[in-house]
Ligand binder design. Structure first.
Ligand code: EPU
Length: 347
């Protein structure tokens, strides 16, 4: 393992912003990771593929790129129709999803083509097209940073919610996720095809003949048609979370905007797509300098070439302030912004 000094992180995160890390190392073995974490360099940041982070300034400590690899499967002793799949946290998420599909396993197909590593997936409970990681994750192995001990956690104890988990809250900086364990179906797959355009992509295939692979192909086609490829246009996926509101606020808005889109959540609560708010406010395809809201999915903020992290942050703050003024919603970033506290909280 080699540790490098003054490394430009532009190629290690998907916004492609040029920022320096004082120290940088790539680790493929847990023992190397432990050695680095005990080296006393502060702060440290473990990065997967950097697909959900915005650096607004240089990183003064050690960035560790997680490259731990390996995956395997075993029968589930409790259920003959399921298998337990284990994956190391440095594996690429989409390559892992495709590998499970090659083994004819079902459960992850709706989460195809999400950028990033498997280890980053639980932190924000990745989700797409009606399925969230929490629906299929069973257990996690984590490294407890202050003791150096490996622990097993049940998925049910991780506080998974919409784009959140305890890893983002009270467990922040306490654990490093090292391995994930999924329960996937080997037969009698439960396919989720109700969301968005999946049905229309599956076209004439009768429901009983559909396979997880076909759902994955549909999801990939939809994502490729809407979402920019970070390799071509720097971005970190949806920049904001979709806001929630109550029935009265939703109804009042509906009077003003009869074309308002909203989805019922639990009792009297509704999700309003941030993409709709941005579209309505005229942000779709709009740029300020080298930063823009994407032309086909305005929720994705893109670096159109050479933008700094601060320019992207300023753009996002301007957009959020405009949405607050026009509709009263406070948009919260879904992307992790470095340094913590860079996003203005409150009024
Ligand atoms: N919409 C518009 N104008 C647009 C685009 C969308 O009005 O230009 C409205 C439409 O009414 C559409 C609604 O927004 O029905 C929702 O759009 P979409 O289905 O694209 O989903 P989203 O809520 O914007 C979420 C996730 C995505 C995920 C998709 C599909 C969040 C913050 N984002 O986006 O996840 O891929 O659903 O499941 O929940 C990510 O987290 O980085 C991400 C890309």
């Amino acid at each position: 393992m080699r540790v490098f000094k003054d490394v430009n992180l532009a190629n290690y995160h998907t916004f492609g912003v040029s920022v320096q890390s004082a120290w940088f190392a790539e680790v493929s073995r847990l023992t190397d990771l432990l050695t680095l974490l005990r080296s006393g360099v502060h702060p440290t940041l473990v990065l997967g593929e950097g697909s959900n982070v915005l650096f607004t300034r240089d990183f003064p400590g050690l960035v560790i790129k997680n490259a731990m690899s390996g995956k395997s499967l075993m029968p589930d002793p409790t259920d003959p129709h399921r298998v337990v799949v284990e994956v190391a946290s440095g594996e690429n998420w989409h390559a892992f999803v495709r590998w499970t599909l090659e083994q004819n396993l079902g459960g992850l197909e709706n989460l195809s083509l999400i950028p990033g590593t498997t280890g980053a997936a639980p932190v924000q409970n990745i989700g797409a097209y009606g399925v969230e990681l929490a629906d299929v994750l069973q257990e996690l192995e984590v490294l407890e940073l202050h003791t150096g001990k490996l622990l097993r956690l049940k998925a049910a104890d991780c506080g998974f919610g919409y784009r959140t988990s305890r890893f983002k809250g009270e467990w922040k900086d306490q654990f490093l996720i090292t391995r994930l364990f999924f329960a996937l179906s080997s037969q009698q797959h439960q396919l989720h095809t109700a969301y968005g355009d999946i049905e229309s992509h599956l076209g004439g295939i009768p429901p009983e003949q559909r396979t997880p692979q076909q759902v994955s192909e549909a999801v990939m086609a939809i994502r490729r048609s809407k979402l920019p490829d970070p390799a071509q246009l720097g971005n970190a996926g949806s920049f904001f979370k979709n806001p929630e509101t109550d029935r009265d606020t939703r109804d009042a808005l509906l009077k003003k905007y009869p074309d308002l889109v909203s989805f019922p959540l639990r009792e009297n609560r509704f999700k309003v797509p941030a993409a709709w708010l941005l579209d309505k406010a005229g942000w779709k395809g709009k740029s300020i300098g080298r930063v823009a809201c994407h032309t086909s999915q305005p929720l994705v903020i893109v670096n159109t070439g050479g933008a700094s992290g601060l320019e992207i942050l300023d753009f996002a703050v301007t957009v959020a302030a405009d949405i607050r003024e026009k509709f009263g919603f406070r948009l919260e970033p879904e992307v992790n912004i470095f340094p913590p506290g860079a996003w203005p909280e409150g009024d």
